[in-house]
Design a protein around this ligand. Sequence first.
Ligand code: IMP
Ligand code: MG
Length: 180
Amino acid sequence: MTGDILKVLIDEETLHQKVAQLGKQISEDYKDKKLLMVSVLKGSVVFMADLMRTIDIPARIDFMSVSSYGSGVKTSGVVKILKDLDHPIEGYDLLIVEDILDSGMTLSYLREVLGSRGPNSMRLITLLDKPERRQVDIVPDYCGFVIPDEFVVGYGLDYDEEYRNLPYVGILDPSACRDA
Ligand code: IMP
Ligand code: MG
């Protein structure tokens, strides 16, 4: 499995240091707020699990799962809610937790859907950002690492549901990809 990784882009130690920094910042920014962290399944679970343990103020968590409608969807930005939040978000200070911000289509849809449910505030944190790929105007409020336009896996991120369990973020060898 690790033979499919061309290069380790962000190692474990670097990830953990950055996550701790982000957690500290969020703990300060949300100390007088009602923090609700919403993880977008499945890619962000590893980041979420590490991040929440570095936050030392009261916080709630919830999960949401979305999928694109077919292959043309990346450009249409239409996503389907596979699993919705368990609880209403009215009055909460929402922090959407994502693994990677790419075209921005998914997040821009989520922001619209969740924003209409009356949260007190809504911000976005992403572990990774590929700004070169952006198709919609969306800037994360908190970001771990800006990365080049390469396909990465590990630390929750997958290729065809594999590699999520790698403890680092690595660039996938294109020859390990089964299709284009
Ligand atoms: P977008 O911002 O709507 O284009 O989609 C972001 C989603 O695409 C992420 O949540 C990932 O699931 C997936 N994605 C984008 N780039 C990568 C990558 O380099 N590796 C793994 N998944 C990626
Ligand atoms: Mg994802």
